[in-house]
Design a protein around this ligand. Sequence first.
Ligand code: 5RP
Length: 246
Amino acid sequence: MEAEVENKNMNTEKLKEIVAFRAVDELVTSGMKLGIGTGSTALLAAARIGERYENGELKDLLVVPASFETRMECQKYGLNIHSLNDRVIDGELDLTIDGADEVDTRKNLIKGGGGGLLLEKIVGYVSRDYCIIVDQGKLVPHLCSNRGIPVEVIPEAMRSVSKHLEGLGGGVTLRMARMKAGPVITEKGNIILDTLFPAEILKDPVAMERELNSIPGVVENGLFTREVNFLYVAYRDGSVKKNPVL
Ligand code: 5RP
């Protein structure tokens, strides 16, 4: 049984690598202003970009990482790291590559499983093109199939926002840290309320994304409904499809 579980995990890791490499090899070109998201799949994309930069295949890349962890991965390869406010970036990117926690049949996403939704959303939404890389396990018939929507909240507003989310029909869980006492604190000093909505309440993810952000104390939420220009999916048989019909 343990061996089976290990095998399954190894397989998923391999799928993440295949899909990350394929997207980078097809989409990233020299001279791009590039956003890189967060999570294990996005880190593999960062590594692939780094390798191709180091061996001279990619030149003059300007990279904006969406988290501390991704920044560290980019630093390993000596990539040119920038903030969105730097003059050479000026708040605009050519392409962002990121992973996701759930992808529905209309390519709406839940993100923020790693807690990085705020910067991931800013980087993703200011990009001309948006590329999402996932393994088949992330495809769901509707959002909130396997997990709630992470809602990043100013700590002082925990109770008021929780009540508001419950009033909308959500089941709210404060995300707790694993190797630290107390809640997860995001890179911007906020807490995360994972909020599970039944399918009948989450019929219109675009409206819900806006509604969640209108609650006082909410900084950002993990529903991502901007257009996904490129969706790469790695399937269990090892094949990768670009923009598959879902
Ligand atoms: C982090 C994210 C990640 O993109 C999402 O959690 C997917 O992670 P992984 O590639 O490790 O499965 O949104 O906040």
